[in-house]
Design a protein around this ligand. Structure first.
Ligand code: GLC
Length: 521
């Protein structure tokens, strides 16, 4: 459902002073494994610009956050919070600031849950860790007296909050005016463990009372995403197409029926990117700045890129790059099936990213086999944009992609995406037609290696037509994928969410009155 459609029916544009608390497990630049962190690093800032009182709450990963670079001070002393009747946990709250907009970012510090691991996820007790995070978040909001109009919960890590507010804390007047929005960034993640490994008998029904922390087995089977979908006032996916896809198998990841029953409160909003952070005219990571008026200067970045990564320095050789988490979802299986075929055509391949060790090793071997033609490098945020600035083609053939951010960044640097037509990739990349000169990239419909190969070949063929290719770059560079529009759409969705909460509340009152007035027989 489109937010704008609902908004026409509910023209309440009165934002007054809206207060929004974003709850998420990652916030760029403090903590990051993927696109979720990028969204949290930029959407709240765009909302602050719109005049919304915005804060973020996230865990304090003691062993991972770079405290030498970022100032994150403790606020107040140690607190003891009651995480379940009679059980207390120590917690410290910390505060940092995000961007020039200075959005307050609060951190939840607790040795046991977030001070021991050198990785963000993958602990045996991830559910307990994030359940604690959700409870501590609600205590924090009360402590700092921030009564949110909206608690915006991102992915499963924040998914227990809507449930807690409608059950354990439902009588607390502090939350009377707070509505919850659950954003699905990736439905394949529903709890701290792979959802499909939970035995059928252990599957969380989504409604039952929370088990005690001591009952680790039951805690670790709780499905946070399911509970969020059941209890949030509204839900959205990070693109309109993904919103449709999760209503069906296989992308519904076993929650498709549940989502179908929530269709009326399920929306889709495509992410944006920060146009100041990603700007080829000012980016300190480039050797030569350029804009849509000077794309010819891209070649200096290409030379620098080729030199830096040991590729043959020749601006005429087409250069394909990919930068993403190295995992099955991102389509690396297909890339491996076709890469030799592509290399035979004399192109260069540059891969940046961390992830699956086996895949990384295969790229390293390929680099040895094709010196000067293939380069693999670990993920390096500072150097990432030079890839887009230097390469001609950006590859993202994801098997599924809720939104995808890198294809938008690539466009911003005039690097043309080749993508699988799915999820957010379908919403942001339109297949190029050389006849009509419409489209901004190359895409393929069916997820198989041959179709990917054809899309790459089409891109390479078009690259030979220098004039048309330059126009394609200019078109990409001029596209408007900033947060301006999505940030406004989220505000509209917040207003809808508030309305939905009111409706639910009235409905509950009506039902309880009905029950009270029903004569007993
Ligand atoms: C997840 C999704 C990705 C999306 C990002 C931000 O990482 O896999 O598609 O862009 O979240 O919403």
């Amino acid at each position: 459902m489109h937010v704008s459609h609902i908004m026409k029916k509910n023209p309440i544009r009165n934002m007054l002073k809206m207060r929004v608390a974003h709850i998420a497990s990652e916030v760029d630049p403090f903590s990051k494994t993927g696109g979720l962190a990028s969204v949290l690093g930029s959407l709240p800032r765009a909302q602050q610009d719109l005049g919304i009182d915005t804060i973020i709450i996230t865990p304090y990963y003691e062993k991972l956050i770079d405290t030498a670079t970022y100032t994150i001070d403790r606020v107040g002393g140690v607190e003891k919070i009651e995480v379940e009747p009679g059980v207390f946990e120590k917690v410290y709250y910390r505060k940092g600031l995000l961007g020039t907009e200075k959005v307050p970012v609060y951190f939840i510090e607790n040795k046991k849950y977030f001070g021991q691991h050198k990785k963000y996820y993958g602990a045996d007790n991830d559910n307990a860790r994030f359940l604690f995070f959700n409870i501590a978040t609600l205590f924090l909001l009360k402590k700092i007296n921030f009564t949110p109009t909206i608690i915006h919960c991102h992915d499963w890590h924040a998914g227990m909050i809507p449930f807690l507010l409608k059950t354990r804390y439902k009588k607390d007047p502090f939350w009377d005016k707070t509505a919850t929005l659950f954003t699905i960034h990736n439905l394949s993640f529903q709890l701290g463990h792979d959802w499909f490994t939970i035995p059928p008998k252990g599957i969380d029904d989504g409604h039952s009372k929370l088990p005690l922390f001591a009952n680790t087995k039951k805690i670790e089977r709780l499905n946070f995403a399911k509970r969020a979908i059941l209890y949030a006032d509204a839900i959205n996916a990070v693109s309109e197409t993904y919103r449709e896809e999760i209503l069906k198998k296989p992308f519904g990841e076993d929650l498709d029926q549940l989502l179908k029953s929530k269709k009326n409160i399920l929306f889709g909003i495509v992410n944006g990117i920060d146009y100041d952070d990603f700007n080829p005219l000012t980016d300190p990571g480039l050797v030569r700045h350029y804009s849509s008026k000077s794309v010819r200067l891209k070649k200096y970045n290409k030379k620098a890129l080729q030199m830096r990564y040991g590729l043959f320095v020749d601006v005429e050789i087409p250069l394909i790059c990919t930068t993403s988490r190295i995992c099955e979802q991102k389509g690396f299986k297909l890339i491996f099936e076709i890469i030799r075929d592509v290399l035979q055509r004399g192109v260069q391949f540059l891969i940046m990213g961390d992830g699956d060790n086996q895949t990384v090793r295969s790229f390293q071997e390929l680099q040895k086999e094709f010196p000067g033609q293939v380069a693999y490098t670990k993920f390096n945020q500072e150097e990432e944009t030079l890839l887009y600035a230097g390469a001609e083609i950006f590859l993202l053939p994801s098997r599924f992609e809720p939104c995808g951010i890198n294809q938008m960044i690539a466009l911003r640097y005039g690097c043309i995406p080749v993508v699988h037509h799915i999820g957010g990739l379908a919403d942001t990349i339109e297949d190029y037609d050389p006849q009509t000169r419409t489209g901004n990239g190359f895409s393929f419909d069916r997820y198989n290696a041959t179709d990917l190969l054809i899309a790459i070949i089409r891109a390479l063929e078009n690259f030979k037509h220098k004039r048309a290719w330059r126009d394609l770059c200019i078109f990409g560079l001029s596209e408007a994928n900033s947060w301006r529009l999505p940030a406004q759409k989220y505000v509209d969705l917040y207003l809808v969410t508030i309305q939905l909460k009111k409706q639910n509340h009235q409905e509950r009152i009506r039902k309880s009155k009905l029950l009270r007035n029903t004569p007993h027989t």
